[in-house]
Ligand binder design. Sequence first.
Ligand code: AMP
Ligand code: MG
Length: 298
Amino acid sequence: MRLAHDFDPRYKAEFVKKKDSVELLEIGVSILADYQARLAAQDTHGVLVCLQALDAGGKDGTIRHVMSGVNPQGVRVWSFKVPSTQELNHDFLWRYACRLPERGEIAIFNRSHYEEVLVVRVHPENLERQHLPEKAKGKGVWERRYRAINDWERYLNENGIRVVKLFLNMSKEEQRRRFLARIDEADKNWKFSANDVRERRYWDDYQLAFSEMLSATSTEWAPWYVIPADRKWFARVAVSAVLAQSLIEIDPQYPTLGADARRELLAAKSELETEAPKTVEPDPVAAHRPHRANAKLR
Ligand code: AMP
Ligand code: MG
């Protein structure tokens, strides 16, 4: 595929209106919160969310809005920057593998292993810093990396780690506007880096690197979602929908107790009831919420 040809950054679905987007996002957030709790309770699957975009594409804002309702204990966000000396001394997937989600957890990669075929490709001096043998960095390096990434993601998928890949697709004009907002509005100045404008000069190289990467790594077990990102409200609703759908497909369930565990529970209940002070019912919880407490124990 070719990005500019196949995907419109300004696309918005007819059935999603801006005035409804706040409410839609709230629904998405509550679905995510519910499913994240089940994911943690079941403790079998992990979810790895890979978020890619060019500078000012909206990665941070998307994370903030879409994950706003979930229990912070169940989610970890990792931002990948220029690799450290230690990281450069390892194979190229190492630093990402170190931060994979545990079972029951959602990990968000703010930038991900895909940088290894994006920024590293657009600026080949990054490849030079990776201490690679001649053969490894020679002809076909990107195809080999695509293959390694696909194999790794297939392995993760087969081991219960669901990989959800989101590309926030923003137009060049929208990036120009967002950079200008970062310059013109004092409280956004901190977000602006002169380097961002230098990177912008490589726009076409990035579009090509993204197009080839998306073509080569959108697989049955880990498809890419290209999110139209010129409208932040639409991008957030779309991301929230994709994440909710992924969790719905995993369909995590609260564990149910076996006969032994249930007997243990009832034994503990009688022990606690015998400790009740004289003036209090043996089980005040059941007394005040008889329906729920008993329903749980049966
Ligand atoms: P930011 O996301 O704005 O904090 O910037 C992080 C910077 O780290 C970006 O300029 C990325 O291009 C850069 N970066 C991320 N991953 C890599 C990598 N694997 N190799 C080289 N640079 C990277
Ligand atoms: Mg930046």
